[in-house]
Design a binder for this molecule. Sequence first.
Ligand SMILES: [Zn+2]
Length: 282
Amino acid sequence: MPEGDTIYRAARTLHRALAGHVVTGFESMFPKLTRVHDDTPITGRAIESVTARGKHVLMAFSSGLGDRSGQDLVLRTHMRMNGSWHIYRPGEAWQRSRRDMRIAVSTADYIAVAFNVPVAEWLTSRDLRRHGELTRLGPDLLADDFDAVEATRRLKERADAEIADALLNQRVMAGIGNVYKSEVLFACRVNPFSRVQTLSDAQIDCLVTTARKFLQANVTEGLAAMTTYMGFRRTTRRDDPSERLWVYGRVDEPCRRCSTAIRIAKQGRDARLTYWCPTCQP
Ligand SMILES: [Zn+2]
């Protein structure tokens, strides 16, 4: 599953390319999306914004000319495990097969393509305020007004949960995926299998603060110029886990602090992989 920072960067790239521009074409493999397009065309509407909320991407469209209700619409997509949004110049070769295309939104200058996105729906702004999955999200680690007190409260509420599972729970905090889960636990020297109730306040503070710091560090660096698909990534070298990460993806390699071999185990109901150093995270 993509991490919150990946989705945040994708949404920001889409926003820079599309916001304020008029839709010139709309296509989707989802009948429930095209049905709305048939009734109240997306073509001719302006894209107002593209934002990330946790792991959801929200693309807001103005009310359409032919739409007598004057309803604005928001396209909600969730990436789950394999979904992604790319952006291309017209005529630029796609990085994925056309078979994987689920949604394509064109403007005069760009085409935004959602590949293998399993969850997509139209919402009105009223639906959005009442949307179960969105309203239940915990404080967003990448939001300017991130509420650390509330995040801490929600974390402590999961007293019996193993801390690694609690960190992945988007209702506790929105944005942590499997990579940052292991990295944050290592940085704070917390064993991934500890129950939340056994952690000190200092450890909980460290986890919340570090999660925000790590995610922010990956969205605030010099990415201003990026516009096309390649811009979604950092440089190849920096994306290489062998150079960039403390424990994730480093099973049996020596810990960067103490040289103990990094361990791996499946954890939680979804059997997500957890990496840790048994010496630094006893
Ligand atoms: Zn170690």
